[in-house]
Design a protein around this ligand. Structure first.
Ligand code: GLA
Length: 703
């Protein structure tokens, strides 16, 4: 049993394989958090369940560790629920009202207001094998009058009794997403958030807390990731009584909404976890959880070719066919036409919204190209950006009222485009209809769904219709509903989430997306850092990486083809260069790497990731993947540059069986046999010299 109610002590115990999570109802009726960490004997912890008072200036201290409490009375910490009743009262007093156990792994704690018929159900779903708990909340208005919800968060996670609290998170910007940061929390709040209408590249809804000493292989880490692709907020608050509460959910910024009588609202899921195996343990648990519980399918990523960096908007049937013929020679499995195939789309200034095939670019229609691609043995994929519209488009001329807009304001143009208000039912229907038409008419196996700007002027042209601020939430709900419906209608089509690179990646969209485009920055060195940050939270099995040109268009850096391949083989491999210009030698080398990738793909897709070295700290980076059955492993090692005469670098491997013997292939045909213990404790020499060198090392268990 993962969940236990200890009646005598009034304690709830959530047990996972390697952790205990405890809370209870104290004598004041507060649902008080008690413990979260390595396993303990629950019945011996009851003495921690007690009210504590400090002064007339503070909340009762146990209130600070409440599992879920509304703003009212002496709640001074970041609230999880704020509401205004129809009589103007804006004070909540949520009292415990029993619990339910809908299944072995589920617990529901019921709370209700002491006076008003406002109820909350706090849900816990346990994933014992990965030491995770999914939490979300449902709020019900049983009043006869509407209630305004000003803030409703998915969960509050309490981390207690550490001498120091270090917060790790990611920040970034376009082309530099998923940059890791750590800082010691002092009293006060640290807010990670998006107010831009999507998950955003500037921060990502994930946090980790440790005592400042955890590393890749050891140490306690408490962490959480939120599944919401709109405005979100995670607040890590260190109280003056020395513990940390992490509150997260839909951002309350500009987001109040009315809950009509008899209606309810369900928050997104906030998944939290605990490990004593450091940041590596955290990542592996999150990755396995995504594979088992979040992602819509377990299909491995196809090797794809994408034409964006080769042609930009200069898409033509002949040009695409030439690229497709070269791509097929490399062993590519899926050919994707990016932006520029539709409407009057010759630049980013026009055409968005007009989702019909451009007749000048495809005089014989799109089917001709699809036939060619399929004849070459590849699948066909297409780029779309359904939520966007250029003012210079037929769609905008017909429906100017569909965009986000305040009547007295000039709409902000970003990349020459506006955003459709997907919260409107007619816009939702338009998107679902044209996507259905596109996917029904053509043999399309893959859709890259982009969103190249943030939301601004989040209003509607007409005063009637939606209650203003709820658009932030409705946009995301409708997006999820569209993706869910498209998946139902076209179960064989795979979808990629993209928002100008990695701007919409989170556990919410990953319930519908097979893969993610994590950055428009395809420079293989910059990518190592981006991919590393991404991999802290998200599974390499969804991480799309392309091999592109050298020198790279963004930063002029020249990198060997092997380095570019090694960097891109660490997730779903793609090629995004103008391969019509590649020499025969480059074509041959690339085809060899694609063939190797296909051999190691099961290990990358289903294996466990171990970060051995990071260029954040040293001049080398190394990442190891160990296959699920432990029979095979792969190491990608990269050298940035080295100081002459510095000590010989060795890579100490992880995740192997110390007693097993492995055949280690360091170059084609060159193998040695080593015990797991030697590989993990003494390691293998890096043997890289020079600037921007890389190696792929394959291991096979032989005993
Ligand atoms: C975004 C995407 C790119 C590409 C362009 C097309 O920037 O991230 O990969 O699809 O749009 O306009």
């Amino acid at each position: 049993m993962s969940i236990c109610y200890l009646k005598e002590q009034n304690l709830f115990e959530i047990r996972t394989h390697r952790s205990t999570y405890l809370f209870g109802i104290n004598e004041r009726g507060t649902v008080q958090h008690v413990y979260w960490g390595s396993p303990v004997e629950a019945s011996e912890c009851a003495d921690r369940l007690k009210p504590r008072h400090h002064s007339s200036f503070d909340a009762a201290i146990d209130q600070e560790t409440e599992e879920f409490g509304g703003w009212g009375g002496t709640h001074f910490a970041e609230p999880v629920l704020r509401a205004t009743f129809s009589d103007g009262v804006r004070d909540l007093k949520m009292v415990y009202d029993g619990f339910g156990q809908p299944g072995d792994r589920e617990l529901v704690i019921r709370l209700k207001d002491a006076h008003y018929a406002l109820r909350v159900e706090v849900h816990y779903r346990v994933i014992p094998e990965f030491d995770l708990i999914e939490r979300y909340v449902q709020v019900y208005n049983d009043e006869t009058q509407p209630v305004k919800i000003e803030q409703i968060m998915s969960a509050v996670w309490s981390v207690q009794a550490l001498p120091e609290y270090r917060l790790t998170h990611v920040t970034g910007r376009w082309a530099a997403e998923f940059q890791l940061r750590s800082e010691t929390l002092s009293e006060g709040k640290k807010t990670l958030e998006s107010r831009r209408g999507f998950t955003g590249p500037h921060a990502n809804p994930w946090f980790a807390i440790d005592n400042g000493k955890a590393d890749e292989t050891s140490g306690q880490v408490w962490f959480g990731a939120l599944g919401w692709s709109g405005n979100w907020k995670i607040v890590a608050e260190k109280t003056t009584f020395g513990h940390v509460r992490v509150v997260g959910g839909v951002n309350d910024f500009d987001s109040s909404f009315v809950l009509d009588p008899g209606s309810s609202f369900t928050t997104p899921v906030f998944t939290g976890g605990y490990t004593s195996e450091g940041f590596g343990g955290m990542s592996r648990n999150l990755h396995r959880y995504q594979a088992e519980y979040v992602l819509p399918s377990s299909r491995p990523r196809k090797v794809l070719y994408n034409s964006w960096e080769a042609t930009y908007f200069d898409v033509t049937a002949e040009g695409q066919k030439a690229l497709a013929r070269r791509a097929a020679r490399l062993g590519v499995e899926r050919f994707v036409v990016d932006d520029g195939w539709f409407g009057a789309r010759n630049s980013d200034r026009a055409g968005l919204g007009d989702w019909y095939v451009n007749p000048e670019k495809f005089p014989n229609g799109l089917q001709e190209l699809i036939d060619e691609v399929k004849g070459l043995g590849m699948e066909f994929g297409l780029w779309v950006e359904p939520e966007s519209v250029n003012p210079d488009s037929e769609l905008f001329r017909k429906h100017p009222e569909w965009v986000y807009h305040f009547p007295t304001r000039e709409g902000t143009l970003l990349r020459n485009q506006l955003l459709l208000n997907l919260a409107l039912p007619e816009v939702k229907a338009f998107v679902l209809d044209f996507m259905t038409e596109l996917l029904s008419r053509y043999e399309i196996s893959f859709i890259k769904w982009d969103m190249n700007r943030t939301v601004t002027e989040p209003g509607t042209m007409s005063a009637e219709g939606l209650e203003g601020r709820s658009v932030w939430i409705r946009h995301v709900e409708n997006l999820y509903e569209i993706w869910a419906e498209l998946r139902r209608r076209f179960p064989d089509v795979e979808f990629e989430t993209c928002a100008g690179g990695g701007g919409r990646i989170d556990l919410g969209i990953l319930r519908f997306a097979d893969q993610a485009w994590i950055s428009d920055n395809t420079d293989a060195r910059d990518r190592l850092t981006i991919q590393e940050g991404f991999g802290y939270v998200y599974s390499p099995s969804v991480m799309m990486c392309w091999v592109t040109e050298s020198p790279h268009g963004f930063n002029g850096r020249s990198l060997p083809l092997s380095f570019r391949f090694h960097s891109a083989m660490m997730g779903g491999l793609g090629i995004g260069a103008d391969i019509t210009g590649w020499s025969e030698e480059e074509m041959e080398e690339a085809a060899r790497w694609v063939a190797v990738y296909k051999e190691i793909r099961p290990t990358i897709m289903q294996g466990d990731l171990y970060r051995l070295e990071s260029m954040r700290n040293t001049n080398a980076a190394a990442y190891q993947y160990v296959g699920q059955d432990g029979q095979e492993a792969v190491v990608f090692a990269f050298l940035h540059s080295q100081h002459f005469g510095s000590e010989e670098r060795r890579l100490r491997l992880q995740g192997l069986d110390p007693n097993a013997v492995y055949e280690v292939e360091s170059a084609p045909g060159a193998t040695v046999q080593r015990h797991g213990s030697t590989l993990m404790n003494l390691g293998i020499p890096l043997t890289l010299q020079g600037d921007y060198k890389s190696r792929l090392i394959r291991l096979k268990r032989v005993d």
